[in-house]
Design a protein around this ligand. Structure first.
Ligand SMILES: *Cc1c(COP(=O)(O)O)cnc(C)c1O
Length: 492
């Protein structure tokens, strides 16, 4: 049984404060060759403090070791398989990182005059064009800095459209399978959420939408493929119903990794979509960002796109602020530019055929895992999936074993657990997204371990209840961690 190597020289590490020894210092600055100035004369009094309570006094080598050791406890895509569903944790080719670090990009200042930033503007303009092409939409803004931010942007544009028409609408329809950000963004944009249930096979029915769509509803917000990894196959007909009542179809594009080059959302009747560049288009997205959530729209919503827009006239690119119906700005300057560079580099490197192959392989890999595990884990929806497969713990609950126990046990075998307990519509969900970048051997080892865990659940459930055992910290009390967080170190 391959355990992916959890053993070895991983040092324990106290908090940096606990390594402190009063008066020790990491660096000794040279003698000044200029007369010292009085800080009190230069800095406003209210910003001056005599000491920093608890500030650690540590030698340089201890600082280096402290952070290096902590970094070695980290688990990332460059360390191992990371099958989180609904996140698209794919390997991000290093060439895109290299390009994003070109000094010509990193040394740019946002206030530099346009004649010096033509290259950056060209890159942004072309990225907009590529995203429009991939999604089948007419215009794109790169400004939002995450998927949820893009959702808000799209919804604000829809709201602005109806306000401009002099007939504001108040509601948005959202299926029960939606990612939590969808209702949250709708609420922030001032809409009331109308929930709809997906039918028995996990997708939206035409009837369900027909029943709730009316002329006070601004539109429908759906995800395709949806969050249970299934293609919303009634989308064309559903879009017709929404359009007939004057509404818009918003598609959460976080799962675009399953569609690139295969289908264009615009052709399916989608009017607005956000792209999660940090999921589909090659940006590491650990640690909370930065990300980028561009938004594409059909012509009818183009006047409402945030400012500035990038325009090309003859061979010159410029930023245009004159756009009377625009919803304004969502972000300082132009968005998270370095993420755009990675996405641009990724798209150029892959080309249309490469992007298509990525999506096809992502789908193939998810179905491979689904088929290899279906006899031991309950399949929430027994049908071909897109880029992710959703199981549940239904077959294991009889042994007193839950999804959480199996996820923790995976860590003992050296695998990052998949997404668990999401989507909420599947009780005890285990959501696996291998992505296109994993080899068959990696997936086979993961499958072997998952099957082993199913066997352990039958034969020795306590083993799972006690896991993880090979980590520095065992099972933590997650509820207490959330309710009574300890955010400040105090001297004992
Ligand atoms: C990740 C995700 C989002 C949110 O994107 P962020 O960049 O994390 O804000 C929204 N919807 C779905 C389906 C997602 O998977």
């Amino acid at each position: 049984m391959s355990t992916n190597g959890i053993k070895g020289l991983l040092m324990d590490e106290p908090l940096i404060f606990e390594k402190s020894s009063e008066g020790r210092t990491g660096i000794c600055p040279s003698e000044f060759d200029v007369p010292p100035a009085d800080a009190k004369a230069l800095i406003p009094q209210n910003l001056i403090r005599e000491t920093i309570e608890g500030f650690p006094d540590v030698a340089e080598i201890d600082i280096a070791r402290h952070y290096t050791r902590l970094s070695q406890w980290n688990f990332g895509l460059d360390t191992g398989f990371y099958p989180l569903g609904s996140c698209t944790m794919k390997y991000n080719p290093k060439v895109n990182e290299t390009v994003a670090r070109f000094p010509g990009f990193t040394m740019l200042h946002p206030y530099e005059p346009e004649e010096f930033t033509q290259g950056a503007l060209e890159l942004m303009y072309e990225l907009e064009t590529y995203l429009a092409e991939i999604s089948g939409l007419d215009a794109v803004t790169l400004q939002p800095s995450a998927g949820a931010h893009g959702e808000l942007c799209g919804l604000l544009m829809i709201a602005a459209y109806f306000k401009d028409k002099g007939r504001p609408r108040t509601k948005i329809i959202i299926p029960d399978t939606a990612h939590g950000t969808n209702p949250a963004s709708s609420h922030l944009a001032g809409f009331k959420v109308v929930p709809v249930k997906s039918e028995g096979r996990g997708v939206l029915s035409v009837e369900a939408i027909r029943d709730v769509m009316d002329e006070d509803t601004a539109g429908l917000m759906l995800t395709n493929p949806n969050t249970i990894g299934l293609f919303e196959r009634n989308i064309r007909e559903i879009a017709k119903i929404v359009h007939k009542k004057g509404g818009f179809v918003y598609c959460d594009g976080a799962n675009l990794n399953a569609l690139m080059g295969i289908i264009k959302l615009g052709d399916l009747g989608v009017d607005v979509v956000q792209f999660n560049l940090h999921k589909t288009f090659s940006t590491p997205h650990g640690g909370g960002g930065p990300g980028s959530g561009p938004v594409g729209v059909k012509k009818i919503l183009e006047p409402f796109l945030p400012i500035p827009r990038i325009k090309k006239s003859r061979k010159k690119y410029s930023l245009v602020y004159d756009s009377p119906k625009a919803i304004g700005r969502l972000k300082a300057f132009y968005g998270n530019f370095s993420i755009m560079v990675r996405a641009y580099s990724y798209i150029r490197r892959m080309g249309p055929d490469g992007l298509k192959k990525a999506s096809e392989t992502a789908i193939l890999n998810a179905n491979y895992i689904k088929e290899k595990l279906r006899d031991v884990f309950n399949l929430a929806y027994d049908q071909p999936c897109m880029h992710e497969a959703v199981f549940s713990d239904k077959n294991q609950t009889g042994y007193g074993v839950s999804t959480m126990d199996m996820a923790k046990r995976l860590i003992d075998y050296g695998y990052h657990p998949p997404t668990v307990y999401f989507p909420l519509v599947v009780h005890g969900a285990i959501m696996i997204e291998p992505t296109e970048t994993e080899t068959k051997e990696t997936m086979d080892r993961f499958i072997e371990v998952m099957r082993k865990i199913a066997e352990e659940a039958r034969e020795n459930p306590q083993l799972l209840k006690d896991s993880p055992t090979k980590t520095k910290v065992g099972r933590v009390d997650e509820t207490r961690a959330a309710r009574e967080p300890v955010l400040r170190w105090r001297k004992k």
